[in-house]
Structure formats: structure tokens, C-alpha cells
Design a protein around this ligand. Structure first.
Ligand SMILES: Cc1cc2nc3c(=O)[nH]c(=O)nc-3n(C[C@H](O)[C@H](O)[C@H](O)COP(=O)(O)OP(=O)(O)OC[C@H]3O[C@@H](n4cnc5c(N)ncnc54)[C@H](O)[C@@H]3O)c2cc1C
Length: 426
């Protein structure tokens, strides 16, 4: 008996409509596409908002959001948990059920393993999903090749806690288990990385914990950057006023190697620094799926995009938002990701309906806690100028240098978190 093409297709369970895709080893189609469909990769700060807003603006577009976890834990405010101010991660955790019931977003819990930009298909651990337009918001992964010795086992001894969840809990437990008089070491990578003020807020929160619970201890911060990269003056004043003798901040100290056995890190291969607790924040790039899909630019790290639509300049029909994209002057923050998602969603709906696209109006505020009751912020509004995202002059700024607004800003920060997480999950 000869096996002709039609019988062969029947045998492997693939319809002739799959022409152009390799047949052998191809995963089964998870959900056949009838009308217009947008697939969103990632259910974090960017992905949830893009998915929800596309559905709010045009119910005729089917939206499938694919996320590896069944819940999301916010990095914003995770430093307060590490500092012992929050008792658990519950206030930082959201579920996706209301995105489905309120907006009809189809949420698939799966790992996306490949993107075929030409065929407009993503492959997941559960099967393939085809799309008309794709939104990629996978956050960050680590450039481990630049941090010798920092493998999965080392991460369990020296947590990064730069993706919120078990790593965050591990770092707090280690601080709790540390003897009074111990040394905490934190490494900060060269920018750009997720959340420019994040390491310095974490320094403050760890110092707060030590001052309250282990006053003979200290934290050594080995920063690869020549100086604090965000709100520098405010952090320095906050540290002087509250944590004199507890924080030992060392700029221009690039850590390139760790030794989990010896509990030490090496600065540029020459200076060894030991710690009782070591928080390694490695250099970062766009989430691995974006790298694998050829969405990163010449730097091999971040994804260049059109500043108005967030469509990739590398692959047509794919939009990249959040930490993974190059958004000009906008920092890699949750608020930026939220803002980019809304502009991206608006313009995807316009493009899919043959309408004119809308200019970007971006916004960002980053709050950082200095103590349990004092916070400072940096804020700006963004627009596109000559194809690039720039801060609108005089649109924002930083908190007053005398900390006169710090107690109020701590209240605003809490309300910011509640609002943004509610928006992502309802
Ligand atoms: C300590 C710390 C404090 C911070 N504080 C603030 C703050 O106060 N304010 C602020 O605005 N920002 C803050 N940030 C930054 C903020 O967390 C990020 O900028 C934001 O999460 C970026 O959103 P995103 O959508 O790009 O990525 P994420 O929010 O990380 O979402 C990415 C999602 O994609 C999923 N994913 C990735 N790859 C795949 C795949 N292949 N298949 C399936 N799912 C996948 C991940 O599981 C994840 O849920 C902080 C960050 C840190 C580390």
C-alpha cells in the first residue's frame, strides 16, 4: 500500500490547511481560529492590560492570553515583604479568573516555547495557537553568562528575588535566619535593568529590617554603576538620616562571578567579598521567548519597537511591551508596562479595523520606600519625538529633597499598588 499525501496527513492528524508548516513533530492546534485573534504572551504588568483593553475596545477580537503560572506575584512592593513590613505575599498576588469572566479573555496556562512569525503561530506546552497579531510581554531573563557560577543551584543559596515569588520568600527567610552581626551583600548590575530604583529601595528595606531586628548587622551594596541610577539624592539623604553605619554603598563595583560554596562574590575577578546572606541581581535581557523569536536588536538584549504602535521592528505583526522592549526614556517599570499596554492595545484595535493610529501618551511614577512610613517618587509623562519616546519637559520630577512629602507619598504608593493590581485582575 502506498501512502499518498492525503492519507499521510490523516495519519498524523494534521489538516491540509496547515500548509507551509513542518508536519513531523508539530504540536496539535490547541484552539482553532475562526475570526480575528490577538494572542498575548505573559500575564504580568503589560500582558494583562493589553489583553483586557483590546477586549474592552473591540469585542469582535478574540484575545488569548498565555501565561506559564496560574497566578501572578507583583515585584512592586516585594521589597517591603523582604524588609518584614508585609507579612505575606497575598496583597501582591492576583488571579486571572475575572479577566475571563468580565472581559472574555481566554486564559491559557502554558509555557510558550516558540513563535513562528511567518506562519503567525505560537507553540506552547499544550499545543499551537495561531494569531493575527501577537503581543509579547514576557518581562526579563538573566544574562547568566556574565555572572560566572550563578546557576540554578547557586540561585537557591544566593537568591536574586528579581522575579517575585519563591525567590522573594527565600531571601526573607535567609535574613530571618542570619545571626545578629552578620553581613548582607547585594550586587547591582549595570543598567538598563528591570526597575532602576528597585535595588536601592531593597537596600533601604533590608537596612530597615536589620536596624529593627539585627542592629549589629550591615548591608554591603556592590553596584556596577558609577552611582545610584535613580533618585540618587533622595536615597542618599534617606540612608544618612535612617541607616548610618548599616549601609555600606560601594559604586563602580561590578560583580562578575559568584562562589555559592564559599558564600562570596568576586568584583571584576580580583576582589572577593563574603556575605552571610547574598542577594545577586544579575544583568538582564528580554524574556527568553523574545530572544528565541529573533525580536532582540543588535545589542542581543532588548527588543526594538515602533514607538507608537510597539510593533517590533524585527518581525511584522508582533508587538513587544513592558521590560522586554526598548521604550526610549520610559524606564523598565510596571507602571510603564501598563501605560505601553494601553497605547499598544489602542493601536492594535485601530490597525485591525483599518483606522488611524493614536499618538503615544505615556506615564510613569515609581515610588520607593525608604522606611516603613516614608516613600519618595519619580514621575514623568512621555511622548514621541522624531520616532523616539522622550520625557515631556517639566512634566514630572522627584519628591521634595527635604522629605516633607514622604509620609504622604507612602500612602499614595499603597493606593497606587491597589489600583494597578485591581486594574490587572478585574
Ligand atoms: C524588586 C522590584 C521592585 C519593583 N518595584 C516597582 C514599582 O514600585 N513600580 C513599578 O512600576 N515597577 C516596579 N518594578 C518593575 C516591574 O516589576 C516590571 O517592570 C514589570 O513587572 C514589567 O512588566 P512585564 O509585563 O514586562 O513583565 P512581568 O510583569 O514580569 O510579566 C511577564 C509574565 O510573562 C510570563 N512569561 C514569560 N515568558 C513566558 C513564556 N515563555 N510562556 C508563558 N509565560 C511567560 C511570566 O511568567 C510573567 O508572568 C519592580 C521590580 C522589582 C524586581
Amino acid at each position: 500500500m502506498t501512502l499518498d499525501r492525503r492519507n499521510f496527513l490523516k495519519l498524523v492528524g494534521v489538516g491540509a490547511g496547515a500548509a507551509g508548516l513542518p508536519l513531523i513533530g508539530r504540536a496539535a492546534e490547541l484552539m482553532p481560529k475562526a475570526g480575528k485573534r490577538v494572542v498575548v504572551i505573559g500575564g504580568g504588568y503589560g500582558g494583562t492590560i493589553a489583553a483586557k483593553y483590546i477586549r474592552m475596545m473591540d469585542k469582535s477580537i478574540e484575545v488569548v492570553m498565555i501565561e506559564r503560572n496560574d497566578h501572578f506575584v507583583s515585584c512592586p512592593f516585594s521589597n517591603l515583604y523582604i524588609g518584614g513590613i508585609l507579612k505575606d505575599l497575598n496583597p501582591l498576588t492576583i488571579k486571572y479568573d475575572k479577566l475571563a469572566s468580565n472581559h472574555g479573555v481566554k486564559v491559557v496556562q502554558a509555557e510558550v516555547t516558540a513563535i513562528d512569525a511567518a506562519a503567525k503561530v505560537v507553540t506552547t506546552s499544550k499545543g499551537t495557537v495561531s494569531y493575527d497579531r501577537l503581543v509579547v510581554s514576557p518581562g526579563i531573563d538573566f544574562r547568566l553568562e556574565e555572572m560566572k557560577g550563578y546557576d540554578a543551584a547557586a540561585m537557591e543559596k544566593m537568591p536574586h528575588a528579581w522575579k517575585a515569588g519563591p525567590q522573594t520568600v527565600l531571601l526573607r527567610k535567609q535574613l530571618e535566619a542570619m545571626k545578629d552581626g552578620g553581613t548582607v551583600v547585594m550586587t547591582v548590575p549595570l543598567g538598563p535593568y528591570r526597575c532602576p530604583p528597585g535595588p536601592y529601595e531593597r537596600t533601604s528595606m533590608i537596612a530597615h529590617y536589620l536596624k529593627k531586628n539585627k542592629p549589629k548587622s550591615k548591608i554591603v551594596v556592590l553596584d556596577a554603576n558609577p552611582d545610584i541610577t535613580s533618585k540618587g539624592g533622595l536615597f542618599k539623604k534617606g540612608w544618612k538620616d535612617n541607616y548610618e553605619g548599616i549601609i555600606d554603598y560601594r559604586p563602580a563595583k561590578k560583580v562578575t562571578e559568584v562562589n555559592a560554596q564559599a558564600m562570596s562574590v568576586m568584583v571584576e575577578g580580583i576582589e572577593e567579598v563574603k556575605g552571610d546572606v547574598i542577594n545577586v541581581i544579575p544583568p538582564q535581557r528580554a524574556g527568553q521567548i523574545a530572544v528565541a523569536a529573533g525580536l532582540v536588536g543588535d545589542d542581543k538584549n532588548w527588543c526594538p519597537v515602533n514607538a507608537t504602535t510597539f510593533e517590533s521592528t524585527k518581525q511584522a505583526g508582533i508587538h513587544v511591551i513592558g521590560d522586554a522592549c526598548v521604550a526610549g526614556a520610559m524606564p523598565k517599570s510596571g507602571y510603564s508596562a501598563n501605560s505601553e499596554a494601553k497605547v499598544c492595545a489602542t493601536n492594535i484595535v485601530a490597525l485591525m479595523n483599518g483606522k488611524e493610529i493614536t499618538d503615544l501618551s505615556g506615564i510613569n511614577t515609581c515610588y520607593s520606600y525608604i522606611t516603613d512610613k516614608d516613600a519618595v517618587s519619580v514621575a514623568a509623562v512621555y511622548a514621541v519625538k522624531e520616532g523616539k519616546i522622550v520625557a515631556v519637559p517639566n512634566s514630572g520630577g522627584v519628591s521634595p529633597a527635604d522629605f516633607s512629602a514622604a509620609k504622604l507619598e507612602a500612602i499614595y504608593a499603597e493606593s497606587w499598588l491597589k489600583n494597578i493590581l485591581t486594574e490587572m485582575s478585574t
